[in-house]
Design a protein around this ligand. Structure first.
Ligand code: SAM
Ligand code: SF4
Length: 478
């Protein structure tokens, strides 16, 4: 995958990252677990839920898999390459297991359902396979596996949201936290495995979300990102008569945003991902009204050709998407916008490809995630269409898209020269401890010298942009 900025939602640098709890845990655990996560931020958030479940059943975390009793991989199926990476890793773990037979190896997440039989029986790579809705059964499955059985639970659920589980924050900077607000997806984009691997869409109890965000804020966090495959279709209807929510009625995404934004003006609120068909004016107006809801929308277009969009089952046209961009720019003039783009989907012609490029220009994205099409078994596209664009053509088109995005990112950053932004300090810059790394509301990274101003991680500060690269703004405190 080629992405341009260190983006928070699918951070390439974080792929395969090993677990490390943010807060030092002094509990004397009998056993140790090690977990590596792949894929999107939802998976990383799920690992935090799994960590919480394992802590409760006597497992403490380690970053060294050689000393672990239980090694887990939280996997991604979105493209073939993601699956290959995980398989390679499992083969490495099998070698260690040969010297340490008591060690259990488990596969979690999106590959679980698709490859359970292969991983357990044919390739004998793993002892435990657990799907994304079955993490509560992990302690029981570990017992079974310790007894020598192959332990599997890949059942998908219509109502599991893990609302009551307090995630253990992993590898966090202690400033920005991710909060899952829904699971699964009902959209059935023809290229995508998510509806099959993560099941039907369900929204988490709005009050448990607000409680989790308030708790993060009380522990010093200054930013929450609300996560879901399609956050704008969030819809929570309280069921219990005694529930507080009964008074307020149903909660839409716009209302949820307000509820979280009202926790404190000092708490920034972000969200991802928005499907262009579902983001409403209500959401845009709430964003415009609250200074602490960040002016940034990840609005994946996938293709700029209406014919391809129809085949992708995205349910909007090129013109409809352009009108949505216009609407965002009208209601939130300084909104940062990013996208996901797929090059070389089934039957894509040069003309379709050019349509994607012109739509990128029209939208002037600050950032894009760009992929070439990877056919996934079982998806609608796999059943209906031929993956007929030659690999060389896919890659050439992808490169053209990447080059264009580089230019758009540079242009977008150049427009910020001389502007002053309120930014949130996330920590030291990777390159130098003498500089801070922060983000502005539009999600752009800004680096600036610490100087003697006495600011600390988690502080808001006004910074003037003096220079830029295609990926970063460079500035000074004003
Ligand atoms: N729910 C989000 C949405 O609708 O945009 C994102 C879902 S997916 C985890 C992230 C991105 O992966 C998609 O937006 C799409 O661009 C890309 N993707 C999904 N399936 C793909 C495939 N089969 N080949 C290439 N890219 C794919
Ligand atoms: Fe996949 Fe489409 Fe759902 Fe996103 S909205 S997860 S691309 S099916």
């Amino acid at each position: 995958m080629l992405d341009l900025l260190a983006h928070k939602i699918h951070d390439e640098i974080r792929q395969g990252e090993a677990y490390a709890p943010f807060i030092k845990d002094e509990t004397p655990y009998q056993k140790k677990f090690y977990i590596e996560s792949y894929g999107c931020q939802m998976n990383f958030s799920d690992s935090e839920i799994v960590a919480s479940i394992l802590n409760d059943s006597g497992f403490g975390a380690t970053r060294n898999f050689a000393e672990a009793d239980l090694v887990l991989l939280n996997t991604c199926s979105i493209r073939e390459k993601a699956e290959q990476t995980v398989r390679k890793r499992l083969t490495e773990f099998r070698k260690i297991k040969m010297q340490k037979p008591g060690m259990l190896v488990g596969v979690l997440g999106c590959m679980a359902e698709r490859l359970k039989a292969k991983l357990l029986e044919e390739e004998k790579l793993v002892d435990i396979v657990v799907g994304p809705d079955a993490y509560r059964s992990l302690p029981g499955l570990i017992d079974e596996a310790e007894g020598g059985q192959k332990a599997v639970n890949v059942l998908l659920s219509r109502d599991e949201t893990y609302a009551d589980i307090s995630p253990v924050r992993l590898n966090s900077n202690g400033i920005s936290g991710f909060v899952s607000i829904m699971r699964g997806c009902n959209n059935m984009c023809s290229f995508c495995v998510v509806p099959f691997t993560r099941g039907r869409e369900r929204s988490r109890d709005a009050y448990s979300i607000v409680n989790e965000c308030s708790d993060l804020f009380s522990r010093g966090y200054k930013e929450v990102t609300l996560l879901g495959q399609n956050v704008d279709s969030y819809y929570f209807t309280p069921e219990r008569a005694d529930h507080l929510a009964q008074e307020a009625g149903s909660v839409t995404f716009a209302l949820l945003l307000e509820m979280v934004a009202n926790i404190s003006p000092e708490l920034r609120v972000r969200f991802s991902t928005s499907h262009p068909k579902d983001i409403t004016d209500d959401v845009l107006h709430v964003m415009a009204r609250y200074e602490n809801i960040c002016n940034y929308i990840h609005l994946p277009v996938q293709s700029g050709s209406t014919r391809i969009l129809q085949m992708m089952n995205r349910t909007y046209t090129r013109e409809w998407y352009m009108a949505k961009i216009d609407r965002i720019r009208k209601i939130i003039p300084d909104c940062g916008i990013s996208s996901d783009i797929i090059a070389g989907f089934c039957s894509e012609t040069e003309e379709d490809h050019q349509a994607t490029m012109t739509l990128m220009e029209y939208s002037s994205y600050d950032l894009s995630y760009m992929f070439f099409y990877s056919e996934r078994p079982g998806t609608l596209a796999h059943r209906r269409y031929k993956d007929d664009v030659p690999e060389g053509v896919k890659k050439r088109r992808l490169q053209e898209i990447v080059d264009l995005q580089h230019r758009l990112s540079r242009e977008s950053n150049a427009k910020d020269l001389g502007k002053t932004f309120k930014v949130l300090i996330e920590g030291d810059s990777k390159k130098s401890e003498a500089d801070w790394m922060a983000r502005n509301s539009q999600n752009k990274v800004i680096i600036f010298p610490k100087g003697n101003s006495g600011y600390a991680k988690g502080d808001y500060v006004m910074v003037k942009v003096l220079d830029c690269t295609k990926a970063t703004l460079l500035g000074e405190i004003v």
